[in-house]
Write a protein that binds this ligand. Structure first.
Ligand code: ZN
Length: 241
């Protein structure tokens, strides 16, 4: 068979039924970024792939790369199936939003190990019975901020994104890509100190220690991240909760 063999670890972001018994997979891999693959016969009752080719599964894959756009899955073993995540509605919903954000924001075939590790870390946290806040909005927004960071679109938070002023930062501008001062407000929306503080702390702390904040501040954070990605990555994310 012409072509080559690719071995990589990957998370299933999306799994689509295809034809009589196949599946098309959107994967985020550790070593090659985004991969599109086909698993032939995956929906047959006795398929050797079992039920592993479903969203959130973290897999060790063997793929065949031929001339087409899609690689062909030839071997698969489970690294983690996150069974507790799958049995909780809020965790499933948070995991689905995370996979959707990765699908929209990271579409290149270049490896981005921090992005891969961040996604796995969040799925593991959603699967952890001791991590009670993992499926909440604070952790979802901390994930988005960190994802924006590893994708190269982190908002400027230390000083005015337009003039560099470090004091009187009162607004946020997606076009400017960060916080702005009173003199540069222009197209900005008002950003509370609490929302600003949340973003700084969420980026500095582990995902498991996402800071707490009131819902008004969290809405501002979601808008700030969303508008930054719209202006600079040309990507629109789904609502965070
Ligand atoms: Zn300014």
């Amino acid at each position: 068979m012409p072509g080559s063999t690719v071995k990589t670890e990957a998370v299933v972001l999306r799994s689509i039924r295809y034809g009589e018994a196949d599946r098309i997979l959107h994967l985020y891999s550790k070593t090659r970024g985004r991969i599109g693959a086909i698993a032939k016969g995956a929906r047959k009752p006795k398929s050797r792939f079992g039920g592993r080719l479903e969203p959130f599964f973290r897999l060790d894959l063997v793929l065949h790369e031929g001339r087409g756009d899609l690689l062909t899955v030839t071997g698969v073993t489970t690294v983690d199936g996150y069974p507790r995540l799958r049995s909780s509605g809020p965790a499933l919903s948070a995991g689905a939003r995370a996979c959707d954000a990765v699908l929209r924001l990271l579409d290149s075939a270049e490896a981005n190990p921090p992005a891969y590790n961040l996604l796995c870390r969040y799925l593991a946290l959603l699967d952890d019975p001791a991590a009670e806040r993992a499926a909440g909005l604070e952790t979802a927004l901390a994930f988005r901020l960190k994802l924006a960071l590893v994708a190269g679109f982190v908002p400027e938070l230390a000083s005015c994104a337009r003039c560099g002023e470090a004091e009187h930062l009162v607004g946020f501008s997606g076009a400017a890509g960060g916080v702005v001062c009173a003199g540069c407000e222009g197209d900005a929306f008002p950003l509370s100190e609490e929302a600003h503080g949340f973003m700084v702390a969420a980026l500095a702390q582990p995902l498991s220690e996402a800071p707490a904040a009131e819902s008004l501040a969290l809405r501002q954070v979601e808008r700030a991240v969303g508008e930054t990605l719209e202006h600079h990555a040309h990507v629109q994310l789904r609502a965070a909760a």
